[in-house]
Design a protein around this ligand. Structure first.
Ligand SMILES: Nc1ncnc2c1ncn2[C@@H]1O[C@H](COP(=O)(O)OP(=O)(O)OP(=O)(O)O)[C@@H](O)[C@H]1O
Length: 347
């Protein structure tokens, strides 16, 4: 099972440029979390800090009992082995075929024999729908396949924590949904703690158990998905609607005068740019029927029940609805051929 990642009072600057400050959040063990935020708010910097590639100047990042900002480089090396990271472009080696790319961490970090390596690599390629593409070079395959190859490589060392940087970048909405399903399925199969950084509203609304958002150098909120999805915070509502109306501007934020001017234009009939008025909580994606039940679901239910009274009323209401749904919806086992669906389930 994945481990908890506990971040407390984290602050990161580059020279005089403060990226974010006093960020505190806990990624619950084995659950899927997502971090949203406009471009340039430091989401990638946050991911890189979690894995020790960047060093925040204040705060702590405790992983499996070790604060990676205080530990020795030997301990950090060991902690890093717990991570699987999917970078935006897959970060594959251009001169190696997919098999060798996926085998790379095993050859680098383990003493496994080539036959053991072949078995693991083929299993991960299979999991990511890449059987038959082993000999292709990254330059010969589509962006979606490169992402899946990057994910296969992130999985070979059986990570307990998986970090995913913008799985939707460069992908069409349908391929993004397939990749989202893959992440949920992987969570069901290996119960890893997953953090996804994304701008994608659809993914944010349907995939994670927990959602957070960075804006104006702060973590606006982080908690069960229902909290952010029912939030009345202007920046959250604007982001979820992709609208120009709200505090997010072309370069990170606007002043009150600009907000008033844009509101006046919209009041006069000018389009605000959003395509739909998105609100509320939609049902979360589930693991593909036939896969193991996501252990995170039960653990999360127990966890949110305990903190329920501390959450805003709208979020409480949605959580209670979802707790009832989770108890009543029983997904049938998938037999692969569409036959034998239990009564009431059509597919
Ligand atoms: N190594 C670095 N040295 C100096 N500045 C950096 C470094 N890495 C990132 N930054 C700066 O930190 C800020 C946040 O960058 P980051 O890539 O984390 O944003 P983001 O939220 O992931 O953006 P996007 O959604 O566009 O990918 C940017 O202003 C960037 O220029």
């Amino acid at each position: 099972m994945g481990v908890e990642v506990s971040v407390e009072g984290l602050t990161k600057s580059f020279g005089t440029q403060k990226i974010w400050q006093d960020v505190s959040l806990t990624l619950p063990a084995g659950e899927v979390s997502a971090l949203l935020g406009p471009s340039g708010t430091g989401k990638s910097v946050f991911l890189k800090s979690l894995i020790g590639l960047l060093r925040p100047e204040e705060g702590s990042i405790v992983i499996d009992g070790t604060d990676i900002l205080q530990c020795s480089s030997k301990e950090l090396y060991e902690i890093r082995k717990m991570f699987g990271v999917l970078f935006q472009d897959g970060a594959l080696f251009g001169s190696m075929n997919l098999f060798d790319n996926v085998a790379f961490p095993l050859r680098e970090h383990t003493r496994k024999s080539e036959s053991e390596i072949r078995k693991i690599v083929m299993e991960k390629l299979d999991l990511n729908g890449l059987i038959g593409a082993e000999t292709k070079l990254p330059g010969e395959i589509s962006g979606g396949m490169r992402k899946r190859a990057g994910l296969a490589r992130a999985l070979v060392l059986d990570p307990e924590i998986i970090l995913v940087d913008e799985p939707d970048s460069g992908l069409d909405p349908v391929r993004t949904t397939y990749l989202s399903q893959l992440l949920i399925d992987i969570n069901a199969q290996i119960d890893a703690t997953i953090l996804i950084v994304t701008h994608n509203i659809n993914l944010a609304r349907t995939v994670p158990d927990n959602l957070g958002m960075l804006f104006r150098k702060h973590l606006v909120m982080f908690g069960p998905r229902e909290v952010l999805l029912t939030s009345e915070e202007p920046v959250v509502k604007q982001f979820l609607n992709g609208s120009k109306i709200g505090p997010i501007g072309m370069s990170e934020e606007k002043d009150d005068a600009q907000m008033a001017q844009e509101q006046a234009l919209v009041d006069a009939g000018h389009h605000h740019g959003g395509t739909e008025d998105v609100s509320g909580v939609v049902r979360q994606m589930q693991a593909t029927p036939g896969l193991p039940v996501r252990q995170a679901v039960g653990r999360r239910q127990a966890r949110v029940r305990e903190i329920l009274h501390t959450l805003p009323p709208e979020a409480q209401q949605e959580i209670l609805v979802s707790l009832n749904e989770d108890q009543t919806v029983v997904m049938p086992a998938y037999d692969g051929y569409g036959a034998q669906s239990p009564a009431g389930y059509n597919g």
